[in-house]
Write a protein that binds this ligand. Sequence first.
Ligand code: ZN
Length: 257
Amino acid sequence: MIPNEVIEQIAAANDIVEVVGSYFRLKRAGTVFKANCPFHNERTPSFTVNPQRQIFKCFGCGAGGDAFKFLMLTEGLTYPEAIKKIAVRVGVTIEEDKSEAVTLDTATLKLLHRWPMAPCEAPSGLAIDRAHRRLFAGCHNNMMVVLDADNGKIVATLPIGAGVDANGFDPGTQFAFSSNGGDGTLTVVHEESPEQFTVVENIQTQKGARTMALDERTHDIYLVTANFGPLPASTPEQPHPRPPIVSGSVVVLVYGR
Ligand code: ZN
């Protein structure tokens, strides 16, 4: 995952006229540039590039978007690939989320291990089964990865809900949990053995319920969420607004065994 701030930085340093112009000739027409559309057959140009708004638009076939979209359509790239290509063009280095597990000695702060976690992307939560030396990592590509806590080997991957935040492990029941705020689910995984894991249930909770606490004594799970209002329009001061919490709607959800 490339952070939004970095994508904005790349977009701000880029000029769509130069990107499109590196593929075919653009002719200036007042405040915009025109060409025959590369995405449909035409004899009179209805493809325009707007340098002020940094977008292209074809009034013939409807194709349009920013410089990233242009590369996706022209080169068949994915969105991250298009971002990387323009980053190289404008000389911005992307520090990628490495999706690694690292082990630190907390007394000396020495880095002991660095383990790749693929196919996990953007890990968020982490829980441990101390007795069997297993780590449970919730990843944003809707996956829980189980790692051997001593050698980093990936023991299992399991499907979970969207928007994971926290993970927990209950040694008394051998259940591992993933609270997924995106789709409002709690994925329950059972450790059959240290080598074998099964998704037993996806409990419907409530959208936004991602912060979790586990009581290992009572085996209860606590989640917090609220109702959210409509997402505000982005502004220059707040380019990535969060939806507002509806007053009086904050709830603690408790799930028992
Ligand atoms: Zn077109």
